[in-house]
Design a binder for this molecule. Sequence first.
Ligand SMILES: Nc1nc2c(ncn2[C@@H]2O[C@H](COP(=O)(O)OP(=O)(O)OP(=O)(O)O)[C@@H](O)[C@H]2O)c(=O)[nH]1
Ligand SMILES: [Mg+2]
Ligand SMILES: [Zn+2]
Length: 196
Amino acid sequence: MTIAALGVHGLLVLNKLDVLNKPALATLTERMEPYRRIGYPLLLTSSYTAQGLDELRTWLRGRVSLLVGQSGVGKSSLIKALLPDREIRIQAVSQFTGHGTHTTTTSTLYHLPDGGDLVDTPGVRSFELGEISLGDLDRGFVDIAPYLGRCRFSDCRHLTEPACALREAVAHGEIAARRLESYLQLWAALKAARPG
Ligand SMILES: Nc1nc2c(ncn2[C@@H]2O[C@H](COP(=O)(O)OP(=O)(O)OP(=O)(O)O)[C@@H](O)[C@H]2O)c(=O)[nH]1
Ligand SMILES: [Mg+2]
Ligand SMILES: [Zn+2]
């Protein structure tokens, strides 16, 4: 969402492929499908088995990239796998909480051997919307944007109103239900943050 608003390219990386069995993998790829459809390629990787790393290298070549994601998903491990000669601090996922323990605390830029740079960032635990406007939000949801302004009521909240273009698009399989949910959640959060 914010990725499109910032004007950068997004690539989704699903790491720890080695721990996924076939059904789990199928479920996850299915869940990622809406993102693939709106232009975020999905890459399956494992820093343990090196699966997908060649493809990842190809994507990273010649650009500056930023690895973002929840703590413990393996961002630093991926960088380590791409740069085996660098010492990067990697820590076990906390057995107690099951959450990552924020191993990476500052962002570090690494130069890649094939050209390009990769920035390791501390894991995201919570998500802040920061300085984005409702307009940014609308533009960020490239799958929803074409339907905005097409509801029968100009003040449609896309909840239970009749002839809501967004709900109809969901019903026709043109917008993924989860995406509309996210959009409405973020919209409500922005509204609450700056009423009026
Ligand atoms: N099974 C499996 N475990 C992995 C893989 N990559 C990383 N891990 C493990 O996941 C845990 C977290 O890895 P990190 O690389 O520190 O995760 P991170 O995303 O950098 O975490 P933060 O720095 O806290 O944001 C470590 O125990 C890694 O060994 C993988 O491909 N497969
Ligand atoms: Mg890290
Ligand atoms: Zn509507």
